[in-house]
Design a protein around this ligand. Sequence first.
Ligand SMILES: Nc1ncnc2c1ncn2[C@@H]1O[C@H](COP(=O)(O)OP(=O)(O)OP(=O)(O)O)[C@@H](O)[C@H]1O
Ligand SMILES: [Mg+2]
Length: 512
Amino acid sequence: MSGPVLEIRHVSKHFGAIRALDDVDFTLEAGEIHALCGENGAGKSTLMNIIAGVLRPDEGEIRLDAKAVSLSSPASAKALGIGLVHQEIALCPDISVAENMFMAATGGSRKLFMNYASLMREAQAVMSRLAPVDVRQRVGTLPISTQQLVEIAKALTLDCRVLIFDEPTAALTETEAQILFGIIRDLKAQGISIIYISHRMAEIFALCDRVTVFRDGRYVCTQTVAETTPDEVVRRMVGREIAQLYPAKLDEEDRTGEVVLSVRGLGDGERFAHVSFELEKGEILGIGGLIGSGRTEIAEGICGLRPVTVGEVVLGGRRQRIRRYSDAVAAGIVYLSEDRKGSGLFLDLSIAGNVSALDLDRVTRFGLVDREAEASQANEFSRRLSIRMGGIDDPVSSLSGGNQQKVAIAKQLAVEPRVIIMDEPTRGIDVGAKSEIHRLLRDLASSGIGIVVISSELPELLGLCDRVLVVREGRVAGELGAEEMSEEAVMRLASGIGKNRQAKNAQAHHAA
Ligand SMILES: Nc1ncnc2c1ncn2[C@@H]1O[C@H](COP(=O)(O)OP(=O)(O)OP(=O)(O)O)[C@@H](O)[C@H]1O
Ligand SMILES: [Mg+2]
């Protein structure tokens, strides 16, 4: 080994009263894949932003090849060969994939002197390694998982020696993630050093050589993956034992058979058709399927975020006329979108302002927003979801990725809905908080709310849900009851191999 490429010594960074990093150390060896773990708000992204020149540290030293360097801007970090795939997608939606990719590469690299046609070819070649995406497409038209892949492709066009991936797989499917891992292993074989951030222990143990843990902005330890275990890493992250078990499922005997939501023959004439299912009071219904199968579009159709051409939505026995999202909220259905930046949150608004945004009536008296009521609501949810923040008046943009997701959940729960549809609810949420959210969803279900969870994470789908619908090419490909569900059964329905039973047959079977 040729010694460390990158050394972080005694780095501290604060934002107002929050100490995001407190005297941390971190060492990256040449050609290793080094995982950085920690709970939501532990300081991971802050350190990566410092290494990539986006943020300046208050104190401390950064050494590259044993020489102290000043990373005063993203351009200076890039010039030194440091690349960062950001946790948050930061692409320009109005220009093409290729143009987004070139923008990263124009930091004084040789690529500037290539002609347009060869740039297009190069962009297409890099993109094609990840997914069959035409680089001439406008980024804004692409689904969120593809945007994530573009963000990765953008970093791959840089000539990096150190490449940082900040939760790259949060928005990817299993298959897409596997492709990415292959690429990361290739980069390692080329001698590139990689920092890899993820909340998924299985990924870390399959991919990485060493793992460093941060807790509350402090350095805890560094170990090789061979000498530690996922349980130990989690314990060091949270500083206590946590039960990674899913809450108990709905007892078949406790089923009331009372239907809260019934979707009948819903179609939008484009992305989905003939979608029918029922949601019982007290149950958590999972929706699985590949990315692009139409799961999100179906949820949007139910909630008035996408026009439907046929079918009906019946809530509490009454057919609802849902033309826009506010109609859905008024009827008692809320939707947590998979893309918190696009439609979930007002990033510049305070935490309290976001939590109360959907139903201002609840915190309004005599036509004025009652700040005290708003604050007590926000405090209540911050406590229930353990949101790590300075205070409820801070803007949401100041929160870490996982804590923003918690605010997005609080915002939907604050209207006390009858039905909650959640699209990838625990994306970017750390393992401890994740089981808190699962428990919260189970408690809400037990209190009589119907819950639909769309998830690409099979263990979550199977561990949390009482029943799973699998969507393929915009249709319900099948339904799996508690006894029938397995990763294999879901994948078989999702990909269309094996038996293709209609949901109705499955329901008949269920009732028998
Ligand atoms: N621009 C900012 N202004 C104010 N506070 C900030 C800012 N950026 C980060 N923080 C705070 O610093 C702390 C560390 O945040 P950071 O984003 O580094 O966490 P993280 O470990 O990446 O978490 P996650 O897993 O949720 O992404 C958090 O408490 C966060 O609220
Ligand atoms: Mg982060």
